[in-house]
Design a protein around this ligand. Sequence first.
Ligand SMILES: Cc1ncc(COP(=O)(O)O)c(C=O)c1O
Length: 255
Amino acid sequence: MEGLQPFCLIATAGTTNTGTVDPLSDIAKICKKEDIWFHIDGAYGGFAILADNGKQLLKGIGKADSLTVDPHKWFFQPYEIGCLLVKNHKWLKGTFTEKPEYLRDIEGNTSEINFYDHGIELTRRFRALKFYMSVKTFGMEEFRKAITYNVKLAEATEAFLRKSSNWEVISPATLAVINFRYNPIGNKLSEKKLDALNQRISKSVVDSKQALLVTTVLNGQVVLRMCLINPRTTLDDVKETIALCESFAEEKVLA
Ligand SMILES: Cc1ncc(COP(=O)(O)O)c(C=O)c1O
């Protein structure tokens, strides 16, 4: 209508706030029909493909032309190893190859991959080494187990919260992320007061140094967000943190 031509559609497989996965298969169909590039941001959620029901969680992820995954998130790697996967690596070459005079003597060997042809960096670190060594050392099975455990821990956390009349689940456990707020059934607190209370709970927990539980905002509400991707975190740790929240909440409500 305004003479603009869409050329790319970007979906998210695991949003930062809620772990939500866009309807990837449907979006892939639109991209195919319109002949536009389909990129998926799986920076956070992409590694859930390794979980027991990963294919179901990320249905359609294989249809992307390009996919971001960040091993420094849910593949337990130290900073920094952001990663882009493309269906056809020749596309990267077509975009990024430069042929300066000072590199001409090392060009021409087609059996060699020069990674500077695949991105904007010429000088680059060997980031893949730590990834490779982790898989070699621990084995892929350990990663599968850890990621499956994380997904299930968030689901168990949701079930625990739903049993209590003090807590409201705001977004259900999805790809190991869960959002909830303190909102006891029958209380007469306004939305504004609930926001302030939940913000206060988070601050008290952080100040106590017993857990790091911070907030986010969903549909205008201040909520507590747990992203449970530490494989050493247990359901007991989570329950202790929730009990701690309740003790601070009661202090505040009674004050
Ligand atoms: C879905 C998603 N995409 C992209 C990013 C950005 O990643 P980075 O901070 O590694 O650049 C994040 C970070 O949280 C994320 O969750």
